[in-house]
Design a protein around this ligand. Sequence first.
Ligand code: NAD
Length: 493
Amino acid sequence: MKRIGHYVDGQQVDGGDRVGPVYNPATGEQTGEVALASASDLETAVSAAQKAQPGWRATPLSKRQDIMFKLRQIVTDRKEELARIITAEHGKVVSDAAGEVSRGLENVDWCTNLMQQLKGDYSENVANGVDVHSVRQPLGVVACITPFNFPVMIPLWMATTAIACGNAVILKPSERDPSAALWLAEAFAEAGLPAGVLNVVNGDADTVNAILDHKAISAVSFVGSTPIAEKIYTRAAANGKRVQALGGAKNHMVVMPDADLDSAADAAVSAAYGSAGERCMAVSVAVAVGEAGDALVEKIAERMPKLKVGDGTDPESEMGPLITQAARDRVAGYVEGASGEGAKVVVDGTEQKFDNDGFFIGVSLVDDVKPGMKVYDDEIFGPVLSVVRVDSYDEAVDLINANQYANGVAVFTRDGKTARQFEFDIEVGMVGVNVPIPVPIGTFSFGGWKRSLFGDTHMYGAEGFNFYTRRKVVTTRWPEPSESQISLGFPTH
Ligand code: NAD
């Protein structure tokens, strides 16, 4: 069985006796055991980061930029290899894993632009002979805590930006699929990143708690489920850290009666079942307005039997298994309970049979879903699409705005006026117009509203650079010594 340790001070280290299982979700077999760092393992990594950070901070921006370009090349050249590492522990199909790597690379592209992003401001002669300028300086040692569903893209959102800004990083990946983060640490080293600037500390809740309480860690970036995001935000902020904690989601896709229903059905199927619904931007609720309902449900249902669910390494597979057996059973429970709640199960994926013991489940479609049903209220995080029927645009907006989550949303319509009004009315952080998964390109920033984000800074893009730097404002004067005098008044211009 593969032993998965940590990466500290430029080296792979084995870790202690506390371990967790890592599975191949397509076979159900345990393929590895991952070390779960103790507080003293974390201490070693934080010490390495503290030792490396001053030198990294002093490293010229041109050298940092060069490392970003090299990293970009290494990851691009070896994308397939990295995608297969993702598939082996996460289960998503290799082409989808390669897509994840590409979306992560967008942020590396953005970080190659670090000179522009780290520019300060300058105001000349704000008072007689007085100039003011601002600089952006790193925070020191920062922690990045990531979820299982994007084991490459989310570490690349966080760690790359933090490093570009001159910080040293403790990256704590998900214990379900930890190998990709170790691969990334080696790739950074190959690109020229000095030892100790990026440390990967594998672990679980105990490790995270030690991070949240560690005095030398200045900031925490987190992505994961809402209850944990809220806890991370509260505990880290109480310990004086800067925090951004992105949580769960329930993403709605509104289908107006004037939408092209074939395109809308294609989009709903792709966005609900891609990556087995284990995407924070997956569509989990289709909101069918008025007469769109019957035709939309019919068109979605007729597309579903053609989807190929299987081992992610099989090029024929379009959707892989779920991450664990427990996740599979939890998702099945929502479908099994839906009719008892008054919903109508149109396609029941829990009944699909598979040839092996992987954590597979088929795709499900549940109609006549309403708020108050568990299938609507909870984030299911699996291949289950609910349909809520509403009579009007206003009812659709009210439904979505009443939801506790506000990560992504989409509207499908052929009418520009409706789309524009939707953009104005909807209380959600990322909006798609005829785009079902509106993950912003790397030059913008990513983040939801309400209980999908605790804190106020979104990830990557310009906001990422804001999060990982602090501004210093310098007021400068070069007076003639002969003009010097004592004045006890508050300085004004
Ligand atoms: P999770 O919350 O279980 O775990 C995320 C991280 O927190 C992991 O590193 C894990 O080790 C750690 N953790 C787990 N339990 C903890 C605890 N009790 N105390 C401290 N740390 C703990 O999430 P997951 O299952 O890995 O990922 C899926 C979730 O992440 C979904 O809810 C999904 O919507 C969300 N997600 C959100 C976004 C976003 O951008 N908003 C992106 C991806 C995933």
